[in-house]
Design a protein around this ligand. Structure first.
Ligand SMILES: Nc1ncnc2c1ncn2[C@@H]1O[C@H](COP(=O)(O)OP(=O)(O)OP(=O)(O)O)[C@@H](O)[C@H]1O
Ligand SMILES: [Mg+2]
Length: 489
């Protein structure tokens, strides 16, 4: 449940907010003046404050100033009428999250509120990582005991203790955002704001002004000055997510902020100095982007000083069991249900799947399985088909006949999962279900056929790829009668 405190002296506005935010997920409290609002904050503990600038008693700006003395991070959205934008700018400099012009556009208001609530959660929900994961708090934790994750935890600790720029890379769903927040929460800047900006989600022409602000008349539509995220986040931490999607001119400005802490607002010539820590993340291979001249090399080196490379889930399969347990507990905790267990074969399927969507995909699979599971345990049948595997699918699609079963289904070979252990696990499962298959000779034959096909029948090359001598290859070709079958030479 998110708590919003509305501070406005007009009954109409309070009434519209009650209607707009009538939802079981939102608890709206209202205050009729700045003084009353400030008194309510320690009692209500709001996640977001929405406040009018013009009020009887102390005005919105003064209220914001006093609020910042008791809370440096609480997101505040200011509401102003046309013609009072200067106040809005002042408010942004005091660290308001954003401002809205009255009369406001409801979808815009809702979007802004959703963004501000996310920022609030990012700052409030402390992300713990392994060394401190002893608590029974299933809200936010980075789970993992594998070696690659131990290295990640070590880096988080080092980054939290320093003020260095950090670059987090890795495939989608590997936990990059979680790591960024863990660094922030354990850093000396944890009492200051944390703002996440998804560079891929903001149109290219708007991103620069979103980050650095603009002067009045800087471009068509820039009717007044605007304060950007860097200025607003002074003293805090900015998380530039999907930095690989940033345009070159914006990259240039980022480089300058990193080097000198200064920038100019779009269309302005006055330098602004800020103290902001930057944490960047991307799932794009930046080295490649540099080679393609889509990403500035100097910025890349500047960011790459401390790099956290998130390992894909398939390279740390020993963590799957821990993550499954963690998600089972987390979701049952959220829904108030008794935690379910998981059947051995279902867990085995989860442990051998290749997880292209990494931890996020695993989290979704568990959440879905909890919805469809009818018993106290999650069974193999409760998992989606892609997880239970091409294994079962190909076995069903190609019933093996006794005697002539010595070939591996093409689908299985085509599904080529990463890593030999995973491939072997699938083959083993398949062999167990098809006892007529002589798995080892079948695999050997298939590998040789592939090597011969790929090399156009070049025995020297084929033997080299397979890691055997040419003499051995010859013997196998004869044994499996491959030469004739392929009609090579
Ligand atoms: N090690 C982990 N322990 C627990 N939860 C995790 C872990 N890694 C990721 N998650 C969860 O998986 C989901 C995806 O993580 P996150 O958003 O940090 O990934 P990402 O790398 O930023 O992905 P993308 O590149 O798609 O933005 C989140 O719900 C997160 O809480
Ligand atoms: Mg992300």
């Amino acid at each position: 449940m998110d708590k919003i405190l509305l501070i406005d002296d007009e009954a109409d506005v309070q009434y519209s907010f009650r209607r707009i935010f009538a939802s079981p997920e939102i608890e709206l409290t209202t205050a009729g003046s700045g003084e009353e609002g400030l008194q309510l904050i320690p009692r209500v503990h709001p996640d977001l404050v929405i406040m009018d600038v013009r009020m009887g008693g102390i005005n919105g700006l003064e209220t914001l100033r006093r609020l910042r003395e008791i809370d440096t991070k609480l997101p505040v959205i200011m509401m102003t009428a046309y013609g009072t934008t200067q106040t809005a700018i002042e408010a942004m400099k005091l660290g308001a999250f954003d401002y809205l012009l009255k009369p406001f556009d409801i979808p815009k208001l809702k979007q802004l509120v959703a963004d501000a609530l996310k920022a609030s959660r990012d700052m409030k929900q402390i992300v713990s990582y392994e060394p401190m994961l002893e608590t029974e708090d299933y809200e936010q934790g980075i789970v993992g005991r594998s070696d690659p994750m131990q290295s990640v935890f070590k880096l988080i600790g080092q980054l939290a203790a320093s003020d260095a720029t950090a670059l987090i890379t890795g495939e989608s769903g590997t936990g990059k955002e979680l790591v960024a927040r863990a660094i922030y929460h354990h850093s000396r800047r944890s009492e200051k704001p944390f703002l996440a900006i998804n560079c891929a989600a903001i149109p290219e022409n708007l991103l620069e002004s979103e980050l650095f602000g603009h002067e009045r008349g800087a471009f068509t539509g820039a009717a007044s000055q605007r304060i950007g995220k860097f200025e607003q986040c002074h003293g805090g931490t900015i998380f530039l997510d999907e930095i690989g999607d940033m345009s070159l001119p914006t990259q240039t400005k980022i480089l300058r902020v990193l080097q000198s802490g200064t920038f100019e607002r779009v269309g302005g010539n006055q330098s602004v100095t800020v103290d902001v820590r930057v944490i960047a993340a991307t799932n794009k291979p930046l080295e490649q982007a540099v080679a393609n001249r889509e990403f500035r090399e100097d910025l890349f080196y500047r960011l790459n000083v401390v790099r956290v490379q998130m390992p894909p889930l398939r390279e740390r399969r020993s963590d799957i069991r821990l993550l499954v347990n963690y998600f089972l507990k987390k979701f049952s905790h959220q829904s108030g249900n008794k935690p379910k267990s998981i059947a051995t074969d279902a867990l085995a399927a989860l442990e051998s799947y290749r997880w292209p969507g990494n931890v996020r995909e695993l989290e979704n699979v568990i959440e879905r399985a909890l919805v469809v599971a009818k018993s106290d345990a999650i069974l193999l049948a409760d998992l989606p088909a892609e997880v239970t595997g091409s294994v079962a699918a190909s076995a069903a699609a190609q019933p093996v006949e006794g005697g002539s079963a010595n070939t591996i289904p093409a689908e299985m070979m085509a599904a080529a999962p990463d890593g030999i252990p995973s491939l072997a696990r699938q083959l083993f499962k398949w062999a167990r279900e098809n006892s007529s298959l002589k798995v080892i000779p079948a695999v050997e034959r298939e590998l040789i056929v592939q090597a011969m096909q790929e090399t156009g029948g070049n025995q020297v090359q084929a033997a080299k790829i397979l890691g055997i001598t040419r003499a051995t290859l010859r013997k196998r070709l004869e044994k499996f009668k491959i030469k004739q079958a392929l009609s090579i030479e």
